[in-house]
Design a protein around this ligand. Structure first.
Ligand code: GUN
Length: 295
């Protein structure tokens, strides 16, 4: 194998350490402890594990964690009342409503009810509008983590051809906009794209966020590409076993790519690290204190 493995686990630990140091400094200078509220509706087992991890890491960096587990039967009005309560609580600086919600129609309404300055997911139209127009705001955690890994691997991204596979509001769209803001030439491809391999083969940077196990194969890439694999797919193995794989077939691309994030241990740990980064940033915005960790 010739591709370098991009160690997201180690990089994320470094981000969390910087957040922890800045959190301690904020406490010492202003007597402020950032607080992150997470709202989980219903009982999706994968979301429950994710929320448990978030709580542990929030406390590890010295922030306050507020957790609300509401039943799947929670009405839109009840959920909006919870968001209102958190918007008015000065101890809560960041609000995350875990998606998907049991009722898909509630998602945009609930997200847009969050105070944009507390929107640590960066999903509110105010924050997505800021990202689209190149203004400073809160940026979605997974694409922010991908960008940090890309800059650490490649330095300046200006002029590079980036191809993003996927157009979700959580990853694909904000990722394309972040790369455009870095002066990349950006192509977004998705399930309806014709001749998808012709597009991905032109990429200097390939971000795979399609949610399709091992979709990217050897003939999808050009030599020297840097690949960020956002996919986390559990696939069945014989004898009732299973394993996690990304959207990229690692064995196939290993000889040709210059660098790639592994699954697990690549992008996954960066998401929570960036959530903590965003919670610190949100706290600084609300108290009009300069953010010590840059954009
Ligand atoms: N579900 C999957 N990823 C995310 C995320 O980054 N934020 C929220 N709120 N829900 C998610």
């Amino acid at each position: 194998m010739s591709a370098t493995l991009i160690d997201g686990k180690a990089f994320a630990a470094g981000v969390r350490e910087k957040v922890a140091n800045a959190t301690a400094a904020l406490k010492a200078s202003h007597d402020i402890t950032p607080g992150l509220a997470v709202v989980l509706v219903g009982d999706d087992p994968a979301s429950e594990i994710y929320v448990r991890n978030k709580k542990k890491m929030t406390e590890e960096v010295g922030m306050q964690s507020f957790d609300y587990h509401l039943p799947a039967s929670t009405t839109r009005e009840e959920l909006l009342a919870k968001v209102d309560e958190l918007n008015s609580n000065p101890e809560v600086n960041g609000i995350l409503v875990q998606l998907p919600l049991p009722n898909k129609d509630d998602e945009n309404i609930v997200i847009n009810a969050i105070d944009p300055e507390k929107d640590v997911d960066g999903f509110h139209v105010i924050n997505s509008g800021k990202l689209a127009t190149g203004q400073d705001g809160l940026v979605p955690c997974t694409p922010l983590g991908c960008l940090m890994l890309l800059k650490d691997t490649l330095g300046d991204l200006s002029g590079k051809h980036a191809v993003v596979i996927g157009r979700s509001n959580i990853v694909g769209k904000p990722m394309s906009q972040l790369l455009l803001n870095e002066s990349c030439t950006v192509t977004t491809v998705h399930s309806r794209t014709r001749h998808i391999k012709e597009e991905t083969k032109r990429a200097d940077i390939l971000v795979a966020a399609a949610g399709k196990p091992e979709m990217v194969e050897a003939d999808w890439i050009k030599p020297g590409v840097v690949i960020i694999d956002v996919g986390i797919n559990r696939i069945a193995l014989p004898e009732g076993k299973s394993k996690l794989v990304g959207d990229v077939n690692m064995e196939e691309v290993a000889e040709t790519a210059a660098a790639i994030t592994p699954v697990p241990g690549g992008v996954g740990p960066m998401t929570i690290a960036c959530l903590l980064h965003n919670t610190l940033k949100a706290t600084c915005i609300q108290h009009q204190i300069p953010f010590p960790l840059g954009a």
